[in-house]
Write a protein that binds this ligand. Structure first.
Ligand SMILES: NC(=O)c1ccc[n+]([C@@H]2O[C@H](COP(=O)([O-])OP(=O)(O)OC[C@H]3O[C@@H](n4cnc5c(N)ncnc54)[C@H](OP(=O)(O)O)[C@@H]3O)[C@@H](O)[C@H]2O)c1
Length: 329
């Protein structure tokens, strides 16, 4: 496969190259793409150096697959240009996710929807991916009615600038701010931009994307997204009301039997998921499984995953692997 990695110099781009290499993705030619600011800079992949090229040169090279992690505006403008020359685009931005003509894919859940005609495929939001990985098997068995979620999101979810802001603040150095307030020793109830309804865009992604991925609008989701000074992954406190009752041991077993999900849940040994231990892992970790004692058929849980891996790069590479395996590119 001739593969273009668009946004190769970014936070997700760096992990994308790592994941492609670890999983030995069948690459015959690799194009590393970023903004004009980075053209000519060198990056290495599997011990070989590559010079960064611009988007126009990458389109002219007609790659088989282009994996985009370069922001929504870049995707809106350039993904159609790649699609026009026959490239299949897997896009990490929010640009195409809710477009009814585009598929929103978590491979473990709905990769079977993909066809050769899908030239722009959307990767869901990082917090959505880890949420639906845990919700999908539970929904299938107990049928969700309503989900209430609060997130505790890593600065790596905002990109290079935000990680630098946290590092600067920890070192007591003045620098460029990615957030409107300090993030060290703080919690910002503000992820992505505010919308007219008073929610942030991140909260609305969490409310809308799961319904599309699970192809079911019968349940509702309400979200509060919070940025905290961690770097290893996103955490989520999730309350789910089901139509049908459940047994906690069955829930634990069901989640543990779900490919890509690992249960870490034992109060006796202080076992629960945490971002520093989820860092650099592909699994979605679930713990603190409890019955909500205030309401029937309702479960509380805590979900943690590395937002740069399963929340972005790993999920995108899994989509690309599915396309290759099923001869859809
Ligand atoms: N971080 C996460 O956890 C996460 C998870 C899921 C999805 N995403 C999405 O992935 C994308 C990248 O996020 P990130 O965290 O990696 O951000 P980042 O660290 O700020 O990196 C941005 C990347 O995009 C490139 N870029 C920016 N403007 C460009 C342009 N006009 N043309 C070509 N390339 C351009 C940058 O190139 P230069 O270095 O040349 O500026 C850089 O490679 C975003 O759409 C984000 O929403 C991020």
């Amino acid at each position: 496969m001739k593969v273009a990695v668009v946004g190769a110099t970014g936070m997700v781009g760096e992990v994308m190259l790592k994941v492609l290499s670890e999983r030995n993705f069948p690459i015959t030619e690799l194009l590393l793409v970023a903004s004009e600011r980075s053209v000519g800079k060198k990056l290495s992949y599997k011990d070989k150096e590559y010079a960064i090229i611009g988007l126009a040169d990458a389109v002219a090279a007609k790659p088989d697959i282009a994996i985009f992690s370069a922001g929504g505006d870049t995707s809106l403008e350039w993904a159609p240009k790649f699609a026009e020359v026959g490239t299949t685009v897997v896009d990490n931005s929010s640009a195409w996710r809710m477009d009814p003509t585009k598929k929103l894919v978590v491979p473990e859940i709905n990769a079977n929807e993909l066809t050769k005609e899908d030239k722009i495929i959307a990767n869901p939001n990082c917090s959505t991916i880890q949420l639906v990985m845990a919700l999908a098997p539970l929904h299938k068995k107990y049928k969700m009615k309503r989900v209430v979620i609060s997130t505790y999101q890593s600065v790596s979810g905002t990109g290079v600038k935000a990680v630098r802001q946290l590092e600067n603040e920890m070192a007591g150095v003045q620098g460029e701010m990615a957030y409107p307030y300090p993030i060290n020793r703080n919690a910002l109830p503000h992820c992505d931009v505010f919308l007219e309804n008073g929610y942030t865009k991140e909260e609305m992604k969490l409310a809308r994307e799961p319904q599309k991925i699970l192809d079911d609008r019968s349940f509702s989701i309400s979200a509060t997204a919070v940025r905290i000074p961690t770097a290893g992954g996103h955490s989520e406190s999730v309350n789910v009301e089901f139509e049908n009752d459940f047994d906690l041991n069955d829930v634990r077993k069901l989640l543990n039997d779900t490919p890509g999900v690992t249960v870490q849940d034992n109060p006796d040994t202080n076992t629960y998921p945490m971002p520093i231990y989820a860092h650099d892992k592909d699994e979605v970790f679930v713990g603190r499984l409890r019955r909500d004692e205030s309401q029937r058929n309702t479960l509380n849980m805590w979900i943690v995953a590395d937002n740069l891996r399963k929340g972005a790069a790993t999920n995108a590479v899994q989509i690309a692997e599915y396309l290759v395996k099923n001869q859809l590119v």
